[in-house]
Design a protein around this ligand. Structure first.
Ligand code: ADP
Ligand code: MG
Length: 214
């Protein structure tokens, strides 16, 4: 199987070619069609298996190929447990977004709040952030999520281990409407809190587990 076998926009295929990537990894092969179908997804596979593109490609494709629900609200929100992980995902997103008209911002803890508020006022299509700072902007009304189309929880097990369950629920509630899709990635599905939050946030999710030991 090749990336070109997915119905991806030709600009995305060009970016992948530019990155030297042609063959999807197993998690990408299984997760991308589910995510592109619009269904919710709960996926697990080990570190280094290519989970980032498994959600970035469907996220980009959705934004490119569908009409926005709102002109101003972000369309895609990607949450990660740490600044470093969020920065890595943001860098990959910047590569994919480079030859499109779409805008992305990163909203990380430890950076200037007012600069972030200004960046949010420019109505970015994509936000990559950490849950604490994203909820700060939500509560201070610098950010509205009514038009959010896709919520991605990457490294969900680590976010929950770090105590971010209340923030994830607040973000879910701010973006709780029938047309929102949610993709959840975790190193393991064998984690009580991950299953609890999945039951609250995901709608009849498809499960994909690569290399699970059980
Ligand atoms: P994970 O999130 O599962 O830990 P990443 O998405 O960070 O994994 O990817 C790990 C590495 O694999 C990155 O350097 C990425 O560029 C590379 N990679 C991702 N997808 C592919 C692919 N289809 N073919 C080759 N390398 C890939
Ligand atoms: Mg990852």
């Amino acid at each position: 199987m090749q990336f070109s076998d997915f119905s991806l926009d030709k600009r995305l295929l060009a970016s992948l070619e530019h990155m030297g990537l042609s063959t999807p990894t197993p998690i990408q092969e299984q997760a991308i069609p589910v995510a592109m179908s619009g269904r919710d997804l709960m996926a697990s596979s080990k570190t280094g298996s290519g989970k980032t593109l498994a959600f970035l490609l469907p996220a980009m494709q959705r934004v490119i190929s569908t009409k926005a629900l709102s002109k101003r609200d972000p369309r895609v929100l990607i949450l990660l447990p740490t600044r470093e992980l969020a920065h890595q995902v943001y860098s990959q997103l910047r590569l994919l977004i480079a030859n499109t008209q779409y805008k992305a911002v990163s909203i990380l803890g430890g950076e200037n709040f007012n600069d972030q508020a200004k960046a949010l006022a420019k109505d970015p299509h994509f936000i990559v952030g950490t849950p604490g700072r994203v909820t700060d902007h939500l509560f201070q009304k610098q950010l509205y999520l009514n038009g959010l189309e896709l919520l991605v929880l990457d490294e969900a097990d680590r976010m929950l281990d770090l105590g971010f369950a209340p923030q994830l629920k607040a973000i879910h509630e701010a973006a709780d409407h029938r047309r929102r899709q949610t993709l959840m990635f975790s190193a393991t599905l064998d984690h009580e809190e991950v299953n609890e939050i999945a039951a609250q946030l995901l709608k009849q999710p498809e499960h994909v587990a690569i290399g699970a030991s059980h």
